[in-house]
Ligand binder design. Structure first.
Ligand SMILES: [Zn+2]
Ligand SMILES: [Zn+2]
Length: 328
């Protein structure tokens, strides 16, 4: 096998060590040391996930309406929910965009693609990639995120779906937080593969894929039909017992969280130290080569179903062949 990282360095401004390794927690046989490190990295440091849980708890206690108010649909609490989601999206995606692309706080360090966000190109609404992405994220995105959340709150408030208190089952409270990203990764893989069926791809998913070079605002920039599919992950709360904090964590994970995973940078550096894991090269490869890496690294669906791109030239060739066959 030829080592292709030399050529890959021409393709990318930065890439991690290639070929990409298998960081999935479903590796067989399970390795306790690996699982412990996975757990520590995600849950015992100030990781993306921990930040989102903290945010979810604060938002639940101070920003979102209470479950009692959600017993019947009324403009006030629905508007409040929408306004909070709007603010979270603007603050999180906006702050990341400001830091990385306006202030250029990290320059090109750990940035996958050399290019800046596109301007003056008619591909985009308003001839501006960022404004176009903001339009879809804040319009359809925040509206549908809110709709799913509002319906779920109403279902919870009326006991139409199983709902728990913190004290009724503290073990499940914690476990559900750990499991939600894994559920969401599983759901995302299948929804995403569906979106790559040529008909849906052309009509719907190509909107997200105009972002070959991604930025924070690209993450949640989707066609309304894609928002609907993607956010249906939240329906898990209609069947599995959960607490409103789980719902809010899930909402933040899918909405503003998408801005974090699409920053275009691998990590946030503070004083030259990697302090926060952001985007993955894994999904960056999906944006460049399309018919690969539909899921994310943790849920090994791509490995199981032969759609994994490990960053090598061989994988690019296989992916291109698959793309040609699919769109023949
Ligand atoms: Zn994406
Ligand atoms: Zn895609």
């Amino acid at each position: 096998m030829s080592d292709s990282s030399g050529n890959q360095s021409r393709e990318w401004n930065y890439h991690p060590d290639l070929p990409l390794q298998d960081p999935s927690i479903f590796k067989w046989p399970p390795s306790p040391g690996f699982l412990a490190r996975w757990f520590a990295r995600n849950w015992l440091t100030l990781s993306e996930r921990v930040i989102m849980v903290i945010l979810a708890v604060i938002a639940w206690l101070t920003l979102y309406p209470s479950l009692e108010t959600a017993q019947s649909f009324a403009f006030g609490w629905i508007f409040q929910t929408w306004a909070v989601n709007m603010a979270l999206m603007i603050v999180i995606a906006g702050a990341l965009h400001w830091y990385f692309y306006i202030h250029k706080g990290q320059g090109q360090e750990l940035k996958f693609d050399r290019r800046d966000q596109a301007k003056g190109n008619r591909l985009w609404n308003f001839a501006n990639q960022v404004h176009d992405n903001m339009f879809w994220s804040l319009g359809s995105g925040v509206a549908q995120l809110t709709a799913f959340q509002v319906v779920t709150m109403w279902l919870m408030a009326n006991d139409y779906v199983p709902v728990m208190t913190l004290t009724s089952n503290p073990v499940w409270f914690v476990l559900a937080l750990i499991l939600l990203p894994i559920w969401s990764a599983f759901h995302f893989y299948w929804v995403h593969r569906l979106l790559h069926v040529p008909f849906l791809y052309k009509k719907v998913h190509s909107l997200h894929h105009r972002n070959v070079n991604i930025g924070p605002w690209s993450g949640f920039s989707m066609h309304p039909v894609e928002h609907l599919f993607y956010l249906s992950s939240l329906c898990i709360h209609w069947v599995v017992i959960s607490h409103p904090v789980h719902l809010i964590f899930h909402v933040i994970y899918l909405g503003p969280g998408a801005a974090m995973t699409h920053t275009g940078y691998e990590d946030l550096l503070i004083k030259d130290k990697r302090r926060l894991a952001l985007g993955t090269f894994y999904h960056q490869l999906h944006h460049r080569y399309y018919e690969c890496n539909y899921g994310n690294q943790e849920m090994p669906c791509d490995r199981w179903f032969g759609t994994f791109h490990n960053g090598s030239e061989e994988a690019t060739a296989t992916t291109r062949a698959r793309k040609k066959k699919m769109h023949a």
